[in-house]
Structure formats: structure tokens, C-alpha cells
Design a protein around this ligand. Structure first.
Ligand code: DON
Length: 316
């Protein structure tokens, strides 16, 4: 399996030249665009297959939206969340919010775009620090890694330059969609984006969700159903305006972040973590997309591919 992963990294390395490291958050611009890491977390317990720069740390960015959504669901139940945020895929970039200003729109499209994520983060109970602590604790639990922390420099850089996120939060506040302490909610959001992981953590978080969200109690829904729901949410909304094409070409429920991470959640208890910080025009990792596309094709991981994984992963 490691041989296959190394081969796939090498075959897709040229794609970093098509991308650019995110620079709208100044601290992110420091990332080394040549780094590429991949981890696949196998179905059983501790199996991890890694290649490349799998030890390299990067920030979760939008991948944290999956975790804050789960914490908000634990605190409020799903029905309450979807009274406030939609469940519609979007053809807009992750930080768009012009539609939110239309008189007939009262909900962000879904919890995986910035406006929807800021709103769901605001639904987590507690003050800014308590909310962040809950998100961090759940991240650690899902990755089974108590050492996960956050990158203070990225957090401060996001906070300082987050005018777009601030604008959409205040727009939602003016329409009565987001109430309470807007700056506090933004502070949690900026901090959750700055949580630092490596590809092994991401793959394990993917495996945790895929294998049934053990220990996550949400009123009115079983853990297994929650796991199915999150996969559906990511399949339709996880890659922003690239989601439909990604669903067809890759076919794996996934979430990306502008730190260069992609987390894939396979249906049968497997997770994928990829890191490569050069991004394409949609804000998704350029080589990361190439790598997961090839992984999906070669291992028949597309959820609609019925040739799927006849052999055990160990055979590769
Ligand atoms: O809200 C932002 O601008 C970032 N902190 C997170 C955005 C992000 O990761 C979009 N993903 N591709």
C-alpha cells in the first residue's frame, strides 16, 4: 500500500505547479508548496498507511466545519440546526454571501460554507473559549491524539484579516439569523480554523466518522445515522462549488480546507487524509485532488463503483 501511495504522489506532484498557496490569510502564505503527504486509515483499529510528508503539520481550516457541526448537533439536536441553516448544495465559492442579502433568503445554504459554519459554531453552547474547547476536545477524540493544538500565528492572522467573514457574520446578525456575541462567535471560528493536524490525524478523523461516530450523542438520531448523514452532507457540499464534479470524478464524501488538507470518508470505516498546500481556483488542494482522484480510480473507492476493493488493502 505504501508503495502505491508513493507512486500516486509522484505521478501527481506536477500539479502543485498549477496551484498557489493561500495568501489571503498572511500566515498561511508561509507554507512550503512542495510538501505532499497522504495517509489512508484502514478499517481495523490502528492500521495506517502513509507516504510523503505525512508528519507535516497544517491547519484544518474549513475541515473544522465538520467538527463544529457535530459539536453544534450534540448541543442542539439536528432539527434545531436545520431550522437555521439549509441543506442545499451551492454553486458559489466558500466565502460568498451576496445571496444572503436577498430579502427572501433567511438561511445560509449549508453548514459547510463559511456563513453556515459561522452560524453553526455560534449554536455551540458556552462562551467563545468554551465553544473552542469543545471543538478541540472532539478533534482530539476523533483523531485519538491528545496533543492536537492550534497555530496561534494563523489564528491571529485570520482574526486580523477576516473582514469577509466579519461582514457575513454582521449581515446575518442584522437579519436576525445570528444573534448574540458576534465577535465571540467569529473568534471561535478563526481559532477552530487554526487547529493543527497532520494527514494521519485527518485520516483517523475520517475513519472515526465513517465507522459510526462512536461516543457522539445527538438527540433524536443514532450514531450510525449521524455517520450516514455527515457522509451525505460532505458528498453534496464538502467541496463547495466543485462538489458536483468532485462527486462524479472522485465519488468519496470529502472536505477540503485552504490549509491544503483534504479529508475523505469512505463508506466502510476507512478514512483518507491528504496534504498539499498549493490550491486551485476553488480553494481546494491542487495535487490533493489529483491524488484522491487517482486513489479512487485505482482502488475503486468511488461509492458508485461496484468493483470496489475486492482485495484487502494489505494486498497492495
Ligand atoms: O474562513 C476562512 O476564510 C478560512 N479560515 C477557512 C476557509 C477554507 O478553508 C475554505 N476551504 N477550502
Amino acid at each position: 500500500m505504501e508503495i502505491l501511495l508513493n507512486e500516486i504522489i509522484d505521478r501527481n506532484r506536477h500539479l502543485i505547479e498549477n496551484g498557489k498557496v493561500a495568501n489571503y490569510i498572511p500566515a498561511l502564505a508561509k507554507a512550503d508548496y512542495r510538501k505532499i503527504g497522504v495517509t489512508v486509515a484502514g478499517r481495523t483499529g490502528s492500521l495506517l498507511y502513509s507516504a510523503g510528508d505525512y508528519n507535516e503539520k497544517f491547519t484544518l481550516q474549513s475541515i473544522s466545519k465538520v467538527i463544529s457541526f457535530l459539536v453544534a448537533a450534540m448541543d442542539n439536536g439536528l432539527d434545531h440546526i436545520f431550522e437555521k441553516v439549509g441543506l442545499d448544495s451551492t454553486d458559489e465559492p466558500f466565502n460568498a454571501f451576496t445571496k444572503l442579502d436577498l430579502p427572501n433568503i433567511h438561511k445560509p445554504a449549508n453548514p459547510m460554507i463559511n456563513s453556515g459554519a459561522i452560524l453553526t459554531t455560534g449554536m455551540i453552547k458556552g462562551d467563545s473559549q468554551e465553544r473552542f474547547q469543545k471543538i478541540l476536545e472532539l478533534t482530539r477524540r476523533m483523531a485519538n491524539n491528545p496533543y492536537i493544538g492550534y497555530d496561534e500565528e494563523v489564528y491571529l492572522s485570520e482574526k486580523e484579516t477576516g473582514s469577509r467573514n466579519r461582514s457575513m457574520a454582521y449581515l446575518m446578525n442584522s437579519k436576525g439569523i445570528l444573534d448574540g456575541d458576534v465577535e465571540g462567535v467569529l473568534d471561535t471560528y478563526f481559532k477552530q480554523c487554526s487547529i493543527q493536524v497532520d494527514t494521519m490525524d485527518l485520516a483517523k478523523i475520517g475513519r472515526f466518522i465513517s465507522s459510526g461516530c462512536e461516543g457522539i450523542d445527538i438527540k433524536g438520531i443514532s450514531r450510525k445515522d449521524m455517520s450516514v448523514m455527515v457522509k451525505g452532507l460532505l458528498f453534496t457540499c464538502g467541496m463547495y462549488n466543485y462538489s458536483a464534479r468532485y462527486a462524479i470524478e472522485v465519488g468519496i464524501p470529502s472536505k477540503s480546507g485552504v490549509g491544503g488538507g483534504i479529508m475523505g470518508i469512505l463508506p466502510d470505516g476507512m478514512g483518507i487524509g491528504i496534504f498539499s498546500p498549493a490550491l486551485d481556483e476553488n480553494g481546494n488542494s491542487s495535487a490533493g485532488i489529483g491524488i484522491i482522484k487517482e486513489l479512487s480510480r485505482r482502488l475503486h473507492l468511488n461509492i458508485f463503483d461496484d468493483r470496489k476493493l475486492q482485495a484487502d488493502l494489505e494486498a497492495y
